[in-house]
Design a binder for this molecule. Structure first.
Ligand SMILES: NC(=O)c1ccc[n+]([C@@H]2O[C@H](COP(=O)([O-])OP(=O)(O)OC[C@H]3O[C@@H](n4cnc5c(N)ncnc54)[C@H](O)[C@@H]3O)[C@@H](O)[C@H]2O)c1
Length: 443
């Protein structure tokens, strides 16, 4: 259910943001919140912090900030906890990730160094290029999930938190397909007790979160809460879930550009995308099984935006190729290079080159923040199960069985803001009043 089912329960107390994974993205997010609430920096890239929302007719002139319109937890009320097999605290991990410079980390060194990772539910078979000693031991996967549930309860008690939300910021796990153990909650519990290899660590975190009434989002491309067992459990427990794979960098550009070409009926013969990146995420993706998970989420985007079945002359022959190359000298400062072969009037070819010198974690951090705040909001509005309105933030939106994911960033944006309007008790925006006004009618 991704519309409100009850009056919004007001925010109060502290909101605990839990991140399985305390690497580049998670620590850039935590450091950013610490810096912004001390007025040391601005939360650029965050819709919940910076954007306005128009309410009612154009003539009414009502456009408050999103965060003044809906009752989001303010940054001052966020507290953090996470898990990682690598025992570095958030300051050490942020320094190692080298996304933020010392002048930004030094003033917030104290709160960051206090965030120490809890022991992870980690298994090298699912992330091959990684290892670390800070790992839980348990008799089976079910016991591991129970231990994660206990961690959640302990962290909430330690921080005096009223509510929690979990965003998976862990490494990309290998590509897995839904199996029999994912069919329903009972099969999942039995599978965990039997250590079924089809159940990955990220699914143990998702299970633990849902069982504790904690909304869950998956920022990575691997299979996680997007299986029937966890979808059903989320509905039963009244918990919102969303995923997957944060939409940053190249895919963000793709979902900005492709809707424009289609709106102008420009054809596309080919789209070649390559990336070079050198952070730990890039190293993990250097393993073909983890890359496969990423390749799947990156490749689906163009088809649904361009509708080659409806426009075969324009997009029926499109050749789409995606490459990711691990290249250590670049660190987190990835280069996403696109060559787009388009054609126009009478079929004349043209080329577009996009060279995006981006900073992965700088683009991902505000997404973690927005997802945490919006999922918490959704939970308080009685929204449960898959939250398709949060597709705006994902490369591969998690949608209900039988639904087609929307990839067009502008349609995703409209849907997100209309859902916020519904939560806030306002009418959705259709632009009908402008159309009627300019047609000379009384809107
Ligand atoms: N940065 C982006 O723009 C972006 C975009 C989309 C998706 N992502 C995804 O977000 C995730 C995080 O990216 P990052 O750059 O921070 O990577 P990172 O390698 O810096 O951090 C990931 C952390 O997860 C930890 N980890 C792995 N398995 C774990 C487990 N089972 N439990 C707890 N911790 C675990 C690792 O030890 C590591 O510290 C990756 O999966 C990445 O693919 C990132």
């Amino acid at each position: 259910m991704d519309r409100p089912t009850q009056d919004l329960r007001p925010h109060r107390g502290k909101l605990l943001v839990l991140t399985p994974g305390m690497g580049a993205v998670a620590t850039t997010f935590m450091a950013g919140v610490e810096a912004v609430r001390r007025d040391l920096a601005r939360p650029f890239g965050s819709l919940t912090q910076m954007q306005t929302i128009r309410l009612g007719r154009r003539s009414e002139g009502r456009s408050p900030l999103v965060r003044d319109f809906v009752d989001l937890a303010p940054l001052s009320d966020l507290v953090f906890a996470g898990w990682d097999p690598i025992p570095d605290d958030a300051l050490a991990a942020a320094r190692r990730a080298a996304v933020l410079r010392p002048e930004h980390l030094d003033p917030i060194a104290e709160p960051l160094s206090a965030i120490r990772p809890m022991k992870a539910a980690f298994d090298r078979s699912y992330v091959k290029r990684l290892d670390g000693p800070n790992v839980k031991k348990a008799a089976n996967k079910f016991e591991l999930a129970e231990a994660l549930r206990e961690d959640i309860r302990n962290a909430m008690a330690e921080h005096g938190a009223d509510r929690a939300v979990m965003v998976w910021c862990g490494s990309t796990e290998i590509h897995l397909r839904p199996a029999a153990c994912h069919a329903d909650p009972d099969a999942l519990v039995a599978g965990m007790k039997n250590d079924d290899p089809a159940i990955s660590p990220s699914q143990l975190y998702a299970y633990a979160a849902i069982m504790e009434g904690v909304p869950y989002a998956n920022g990575a491309p691997n299979l996680s809460a997007d299986v029937p067992a966890l979808e059903t459990l989320a509905v039963e427990r009244g918990v919102p879930i969303a995923g997957k794979d944060f939409k940053t960098g190249q895919t963000l550009m793709k979902t900005i550009l492709a809707p424009g070409f289609k709106a102008r009926m420009l054809g596309i013969a080919g789209w070649f995308s390559t990336n070079i990146l050198g952070n730990r995420d890039g190293e993990v993706l250097d393993d073909p099984d983890s890359f496969r998970a990423k390749e799947v989420t990156k490749s689906g985007v163009l088809d649904t935006i361009l509708q080659p079945d409806v426009y075969p002359e324009l997009y029926g022959e499109l050749y789409h190729k995606v490459r990711i190359n691990y290249y250590p000298p670049r660190g987190d400062e990835k280069e996403g290079w696109d060559n787009i072969d388009i054609f126009g009037w009478l079929g004349y070819p043209m080329q577009i080159k996009v060279d995006f010198l981006c900073r992965d974690s700088i683009l991902a951090a505000p997404i973690v923040l927005d997802l945490a705040l919006l999922l918490d909001l959704a939970g308080r509005a009685g929204m449960r199960g898959i939250q398709e309105w949060l597709s705006f933030y994902f490369k591969s939106p998690h949608v209900a069985e039988g639904h087609v994911a929307e990839h067009d960033l502008f349609l995703q944006h409209l849907r997100l803001k209309n859902t916020l309007r519904l939560i806030g008790g306002e009418e959705p925006l259709t632009h009908l009043d402008e159309a009627l006004e300019s047609a000379g009618a009384d809107a």
